[in-house]
Ligand binder design. Sequence first.
Ligand SMILES: [Zn+2]
Ligand SMILES: [Zn+2]
Length: 337
Amino acid sequence: MKAVLLDKPGPIEESTLRIADLDTPRPGSGQVLIRVEACGVCRSNLHTIEGDWMSFGVPGKLPIIPGHEVVGTIAGAGEDVAGFATGDRVGVQPLWSTCERCDYCLSAREQLCLTKETTGETVDGGYAEYMVATASHVYAVPDTLESAEAAPLFCPGLTAYSAVSTAEVSPGQRVAVFGLGGVGHMVAQFARLAGADIVAVVRSALHLELARELGAERIIDASAVDAGDALSRDGGVDASILFAPSNALARQALRATRRGGTIVLGVNADLGELSFFDNKRVIGSVIGNRVQMREVLRIAAAGKVRALCEAFPLEEAAATLRRLKRGEIRARAVLVA
Ligand SMILES: [Zn+2]
Ligand SMILES: [Zn+2]
């Protein structure tokens, strides 16, 4: 099979990925083989490829096939797999497998499992014609969704849905979305669906236009205005959800949020000193669990949210990642086989 392989992490400008011709993997017990149709290109892939997460043990093996938002069809199954037929369309999210026994796994927080495997980071992922997945961690993709538009639901969609649920958004609230990229554009949609008015805080012309399309009630151009000042001046927002990798924006999000409000972080951030008497909650949110994944697919199949994507051929993985790094991808790039 054709696959995009990372031999050694390094700057993507130096083209650290190569197209390889590999043996098609064989599914083991409890596993399925998927013929990949589409795989989203995530900023996490870029971090893995460039070696930014080596201190966290990522990539967990080399060489490795990146990619963790995958949609394809069942092409085979190992022992002890039931409920799948060849040709069934399924998806894989970053959570490739979990132990299913620990406290986290038994309390619907399996994304925190300490012995989880992560698709494309510790095991081979979806930048390939085929990949192996754990049968208990694949999801049926509704017929109404195209594979390319369904792929981003498996990371940005799930991550956004989980972040909005962590923020406990309720109708009539005002929610600021900091950063409107792959995840942010889904956060805006899920928060609106929860009944909130959206303030989009963006830094590029590309995302200003996207914010308008998504029906944001207010748009703040953070390249010209301090969102913390602008929003706190008129009462602040109930919740801020941050997926922009910027300490400056994180600090603006903290100030933009009213007393007693919630700041959800989907990226690492240095917030500086936190004052206890404002009673603000700061919570991290990482991907989501399997129940939430199924809910995201159901909501998208009903046409209530939509992942905006641009398709590129699998062979152009490195070029597409360079475009992502340069800020040239509007919402989500997807590699198609
Ligand atoms: Zn992702
Ligand atoms: Zn576990």
